[in-house]
Design a binder for this molecule. Structure first.
Ligand code: UT7
Length: 318
């Protein structure tokens, strides 16, 4: 596999910590020191479909191909207001592609899941050019009366086009089943046979401290394993592109790996946690600003509800 195109789209609305402090019992100092987040982008006039389509179009343009040359489309999404059809079908209708497509929900690690599926499709000759689009609106499953979760997230979409190649050096996915550490239950229609109280739905609930602990432990373990599997050592990695969940999580992983801070680019301070879109948005930002050089060795790592994790080592050749 190799990445031949990148794209991203973020909402126009910039929401500062001060804006949140106007209706939540929180403040800029707490949010900045505990998370590193200063602003996030939240949907206001745009829909998630708008963001997903825009990121996909940019990635296809960046790949120098036409939409009808996409022969598979994978969309990573945790939740959106379309239960069916899949978001990937709606995106394809807008961009003019008729490729087979499906959505996957790998929580915040969905980009790594999509890369894993894409690699299998490429290796078995089922596709030549695959669009991966990670489109997320976590702001819509937070309880906006609760400061513990609503300050963390941002909305956005990141996309890549991948094709055959030898850039993916290693990839690892894991699951440690744990329903409670991060959970969001969506409301569904009641049937006349529903026993009241059986199906309780509630906005996002998270055990932040436990997620923090699991994130640091699993990410640094996964990174060591994929780096070793790629025949490298942590020193040989040029950039670590980590899921943007908390600046302190990123710093802690950096310290565990004994690597310099400059190898860990971030957008958490501007974007908040954009779930599975965070790594592809970061990749697009770095590529667009000339910060990815041909031959750079990248280590990717993400974690999320499940509890799921994913990590990979990828050579950059675009
Ligand atoms: O993609 C995966 C998604 N989730 C994550 O990555 C979350 C990982 N975890 C974290 O990022 C951190 O655990 C948080 C940022 C969520 C919380 O930071 P923390 O340092 O673990 O704080 P805490 O939960 O231990 O809470 C410390 C205090 C509590 O008050 P008391 O009990 O000490 O009086 C909280 O009620 O901070 C309080 N607090 C807040 N105060 C001001 C919690 N949220 C806020 C807030 N503003 N927004």
């Amino acid at each position: 596999m190799k990445i031949i195109g990148t794209g991203s789209a973020i909402p126009s609305k910039v929401v500062t910590n001060e804006m949140l402090a106007s209706f939540l019992d929180t403040n800029d100092e707490w949010i900045t020191t505990r998370t590193g987040i200063k602003t996030r982008r939240l949907r206001s006039t745009e829909t998630l479909v708008d963001l997903a389509v825009s990121a996909s179009r940019s990635a296809i343009e960046s790949a120098n191909i036409q939409p009808d040359e996409i022969d598979f489309c994978i969309c990573s999404n945790v939740a959106n207001n379309y239960v069916t059809p899949a978001l990937s079908c709606i995106v394809q209708q807008h961009i003019g592609s008729h490729a087979p497509c499906f959505d996957l929900n790998g929580a915040c690690a969905g980009f790594l899941d999509a890369m894993s599926v894409a690699e299998a499709l490429l290796k078995t000759n089922r596709a030549k050019n695959i669009l991966i689009v990670c489109a997320e609106e976590p702001s819509r499953f937070c309880n906006w009366k609760r400061r513990e979760t609503s300050i963390l997230f941002g909305d956005g979409a990141g996309a890549v086009v991948v094709t055959k190649g030898n850039d993916l050096k290693s990839l690892r996915l894991t699951t440690v089943p744990n329903r409670d550490v991060i959970v969001y239950q969506r409301r569904m229609e009641n049937t006349p046979f529903e026993v009241p109280g059986v199906d309780i739905t509630e906005p996002l609930i998270m055990n932040g401290r436990e997620v923090f602990r699991m994130a640091v432990e699993s990410s640094q373990r996964d990174l060591r394993l994929v780096i070793e599997e790629a025949g490298l050592t942590p020193d040989k990695i040029d950039l670590y592109l980590l899921h943007q969940a908390n600046q302190r999580i990123i710093k802690s992983i950096q310290e565990h790996l004994a690597q310099p801070a400059y190898k860990f680019p971030t957008n958490i301070e501007r974007m908040g946690n954009t779930s599975s879109a965070s790594i592809p948005i970061l990749i697009d930002e770095l590529y667009s600003s000339g910060k990815l050089k041909k031959g750079d060795m990248l280590a990717l790592s993400a974690f999320g509800a499940g509890f799921v994790t994913g990590a990979a080592v990828l050579r950059w050749s675009k």
